[in-house]
Design a protein around this ligand. Sequence first.
Ligand code: DAH
Length: 340
Amino acid sequence: MIHKITRLHEAIDNLKASGSAELEALRIKYLSKKGEIAQLMNEFRTIPAEQKREIGQRLNVLKDKAQAKISELRASFHDEADKSVGLDLSRTPYPIPLGSRHPLQIVQREICDTFARLGFHIAEGPEIEDDWHVFSSLNFPPNHPARDMQDTFFVQSPSGQIVLRTHTSSVQTRTMEASRPPIRIICPGRVYRNEAISYRAHCFFHQVEALYVDRQVSYADLRQTLLFFAQEMFGADTRIRLRPSYFPFTEPSAEMDISCNLCGGRGCPFCKHTGWVEILGCGMVHPNVLDNCGIDSREYSGYALGMGIERIANLKFRVTDLRLFSENDVNFLSQFTSAR
Ligand code: DAH
């Protein structure tokens, strides 16, 4: 028995295989159920008891060695195969991890698509703006608090003072200066305000502005557009309510509430038991704004509205800490999927 074990040790030391088929044959020869080592194990039952301990140990060592040798040969074939094929660094890793759209993008697209169905076109403008487009053209008086250093990021440049736009309303006047009515635009984009960052305020966020200018545009047109928008975004049962408000660039101005989409308007902690949640500002374009852009306010009228995308996203997805939108935490972002 000892002799057979020694012989097998030598055979295993000298094992060689030139391909995986040959290696498999060796594995069967030595390690399968009917292989040589298994046969020795069978014989082991018949040996005298006093030899069992020593021979048992030797058999175990032999078996381990055979297994290690076969694995070693198999690994060397893999290495060879890799070398012969060469590394293809352009190969796509599988499975391909698919990203998802950012929740703000999902909401922005939905808003823009809804207005697109009413004939609105997307218009964009610069984030780095001048005072005229962000404030003066929009009828802000020279000492209006919104111009205050507290709210606005002012940047001193060689060509004078520039501002980071505080709202997308600046795209309104840029578009009106450059085109003639009828104008129907929807303007998504990032805006900046000099605010301390907290769960409910950030120094940058996103807005969508809509503007419609034509002959005889009325407050009724605005109201109907708002109702259509609210029901498309939040469901056919959604009701709207317009409360009088003030913006320098619209007259009259209003803020729009929708019936709380959590409790259906019955009242809950989210809507502070009022049944309503505010979602946007709007109004009829102030005649001064039209005139500032070279559009005759005696001939044309228009309505405008603006909303925060984070606010709508909060209503749709219940994200109460708006810092999450800009932290790029994959665990957060991967919860949002969109068909589009
Ligand atoms: N620009 C306003 C803001 O940033 C939102 C707004 C209100 C836009 C009324 C409008 C409007 O076009 O008519 O809070």
